[in-house]
Design a protein around this ligand. Structure first.
Ligand code: CA
Length: 233
């Protein structure tokens, strides 16, 4: 199954690139390695990979520019690889259209888990027509046509904004959404002053979904970055 999956690895650090390639090949994936941003763009165009692993610090063009160029013609999932201290870079990358991020140094297990999660998301995307009116994820069910939300069959009463917030997260299950993206899409406003509001609505939504701070089930918090709806198998 995974032998049909092509992954493009754009990383100029040869040691890291070799580690990633060796691990992914051992797991049965087909690998295309490139070492700079221009090759990442042309490699994506010529090989049509299923997933792109993109180091943000490349020697020629900036990783963010690479994402913007690639997003000009394809929605192929992009997982960025970034240094621990670079939260602004991660946020910029996600806002430019990246799907997820890995922080250096990362373990092979973590890399594999992200790839599997991205592939599950792709399968769901390919199976679910855009017109799908019902969303299901574990015990959570959203009926978009009636605007009703159910948890284990029990209706959950949400405010209009909580519903909008939940729908946005659900429609992007598996993808990290930045604070800015969420605020723009739910409130349609500039974001700085609204971060506190988002937190309040998120806390209220999580409570209604039966989550408590210590044990998120559906919604994962990415501190300083945003939130992600998790796929529950
Ligand atoms: Ca680098």
């Amino acid at each position: 199954m995974s032998s049909d999956i092509k992954i493009l690895v754009a990383e100029d650090d040869r040691a890291v690139s070799n580690l990633i390639s060796t691990s992914l090949k051992a797991a049965g994936y087909r690998i295309i390695t490139v070492y700079n941003g221009n090759e990442a763009v042309t490699g994506t165009a010529s090989h049509s990979p299923d997933i792109i692993l993109l180091d943000l610090g490349l020697p020629d063009i900036d990783g963010i520019e690479v994402i913007k160029k690639i997003r000009g013609w394809t929605e192929t999932p992009i997982i960025v690889i970034s240094a621990r201290t670079d939260d602004p870079d991660k946020i910029e990358a996600l806002d430019a259209g990246a799907d997820d991020y890995l922080t250096k140094p990362f373990s092979v297990d973590e890399l594999m888990a992200r790839i599997r999660a991205t592939l599950r998301r792709l399968v769901h995307l390919r199976n679910a027509a855009a017109s799908d009116s019902v969303y299901e994820n574990g015990p959570l069910r959203i009926d978009y046509s009636s605007g009703c939300v159910y948890l284990s069959g029990e209706e959950v009463h949400l405010t209009a904004l909580e519903y909008k917030l939940l729908s946005l997260l659900a429609r992007n299950t598996g993808k990290v959404l930045t604070h800015r993206y969420i605020i723009q899409n739910v409130w349609g406003s500039a974001w700085e002053s609204d971060l506190g509001t988002l937190r309040v609505f998120m806390a209220s939504l999580r409570k209604k979904l039966g989550e408590n701070d210590g044990a998120p089930r559906f919604i994962a918090t990415h501190i300083g970055i945003g939130y992600r709806m998790m796929r529950i198998d």
